[in-house]
Design a binder for this molecule. Sequence first.
Ligand code: CUA
Length: 327
Amino acid sequence: SLTRHVAWVTAFPLLTSCSGIQSALDPAGPEASDVARLFYVMLIGGGLIWAAVVLVLFYAARKAREPHSERVAGRVILWCGAIGPVIVLTMLLSYAVWLIPNLRPWSSAIAEGVRKIEVTGEQFWWRVRYLDEEGEVLLERANEIKMPVGQRVVFLVKSPDVIHSFWVPSLGGKMDMIPGRTNHIMMEASKPGIYRGVCAEFCGPSHALMAFFVEALEPSDFEAWLAGSGTAETDGASEGHALFLRHGCGACHAIDGTEAQGRIGPNLTAFGARGSVGAGTMPNTPENVARFIRHPSEIKPGSRMPSFGMLPDGDAERIATYLAGLK
Ligand code: CUA
């Protein structure tokens, strides 16, 4: 029947979204667990109110014709329709407000020796900066975030253009990235793994193509990665590297340890180690990278990268091969 069909169509995405690397109902850290618990508590609270309202409805339908029904009905409506919901909603609100300090660090937590990572939402990618204790930038990368397992990390989120929203459902709540201010959100991963994050605020034609990956590493691996990443492996003598510079890619993109020091677009250091091209848009293969270089806005509408369709035959492929070799 149609009803059953509709039920399946709605249930399927609901059920499949309960687990995986991007699900608020499959939490991988304490902040995300708080959010998941809040969801279930709200669901139960909402269910109670719904049940009360339905009971009142049935009661009213049955009693409407009996004498003196007004007085009884008034009492039922008062309790089930007003006092009951107010009690339930007040309890839900108190619980939600009580959770806020766990999810949003107060300034004292920011000042303490908590690891800080600054993430800037750009149209349509993510600038990721690892900060030291004083807030100086240690390292800049793009579209992938590495964080240590078992440690709370404060994310400082900002935007230079329009409002974006930073959301890693498996690790915590979501936080708007608003031009002109810095917002804070705290997240902790309790087990190593890769989690997917997305932009959760409509920000332009490629809003849906603005994803990123968070990799949670053992703290020692994270520190080793942070310490060793300043000098990324590059094949400075390769043809692709020379073409990268000759065609001006270095004006917008930086590759640490080379002459390419552009700051406008995503940093491409260790690009070959990334899982995706175009902030989660396509798998990272040299073919896809060459396509992206030639026609970025066909793949990501509204992308600010100019198109390089005019490059001589094979140049985009050679640059792509060079980028794939950066590990
Ligand atoms: Cu950035 Cu939506």
